[in-house]
Design a protein around this ligand. Structure first.
Ligand SMILES: [Zn+2]
Length: 277
């Protein structure tokens, strides 16, 4: 694949905007070597990716990641939840899906799990054991594993990684772990159209390299063999499923009736919940 082709649909991408500066704390120090960052957009599926990040060496990319995360840990952020996924709601969503047989919960992997916050909540409050994997974070806790075994997981959880990818390989590596009948749980930001604005909040983080759209996700899930999807605004997460939506719709509706709120939103294809940014 040529460097100027969309990694989702292979269409030639076009320059979208240049980001000259970041507005986060310590931006100047953290991004001096990085800016200006050139973002490209795919005219077919709207997927946006940073050409600048794609052209970094592995060493340069590693350095930006470690500088940024180090800075984040040491910056005494006043709000503890800064940029953290809604782990509590994600845990509840996994319970909802599992206990209503919408997913097979026999082999659950949290891929790119970070420090394992989600698995901690699932274990402590729901008594559920899941496995964790993270390329960069090694922990002595038992549930971290090194042997990933392709195609063996009934559910792969992927929280806040889709916005950090550089290549198609990064995405396919996640998909390859999932069993033929398995599901994928994803937390990221997905929009109808990425704003043509260098100051847009989501790209104002030096390690955010890509933004997915409803169309690019719908193509991706089709390429990967998923047929329906469910989104929850509470957990800000999607689950991509093999089942056709007509077969699971009654279950989704009964869960929402049970909870007396629209906790889950599903449809055939990709659940395009966010139409505006
Ligand atoms: Zn595309």
């Amino acid at each position: 694949m040529k460097n100027d082709e969309c990694i989702i649909c292979n269409t030639k991408t076009m320059p979208y905007f240049n980001k000259e500066r970041y507005n986060i704390p310590n931006a100047e120090e953290l991004t001096r070597e990085l800016v200006p960052v050139e973002f490209h957009r795919c005219p077919c599926c709207g997927f946006v990716i940073s050409k600048t990040h794609q052209n970094l060496t592995a060493a340069q990319w590693g350095e930006i990641n470690s500088d940024f995360h180090h800075d984040n840990e040491n910056n005494d952020r006043k709000n503890l939840g800064f940029n953290q996924p809604p782990f509590v709601e994600q845990a509840f969503m996994i319970e909802l899906l599992a206990r209503n047989n919408l997913i097979d919960d026999s082999a659950i992997l949290d891929y790119a799990s970070g420090y394992g916050r989600l698995s901690h909540i699932l274990k402590k409050y729901y008594g559920r054991e899941i496995k964790c994997y993270d390329k960069y974070i090694k922990s002595l806790e038992q549930h971290y594993i090194d042997d990933l075994k392709a195609g063996s997981w009934s559910l792969v959880i992927n929280s806040a990684m889709f916005e950090h990818i550089l290549t198609r390989r990064d995405l396919d590596a996640v998909n390859e772990l999932i069993a033929h009948s398995g599901a994928l749980f994803v937390h990221t930001v997905i929009v109808e159209e990425v704003p043509q604005d260098p100051n847009w909040f989501y790209l104002d983080i030096p390690v955010h390299t890509a933004v997915h759209t409803n169309k690019s996700m719908s193509l991706l899930m089709e390429q990967w063999g998923f047929n329906s999807s469910i989104y929850s605004p509470k957990s800000k997460s999607w689950v991509l499923l093999r089942q056709n939506y007509e077969d699971i719709k009654p279950i989704v509706e009964s869960i929402n009736r049970e909870l007396q709120t629209s906790w889950l939103w599903g449809k055939q294809g990709f659940m395009d919940y966010w139409k505006t940014c």
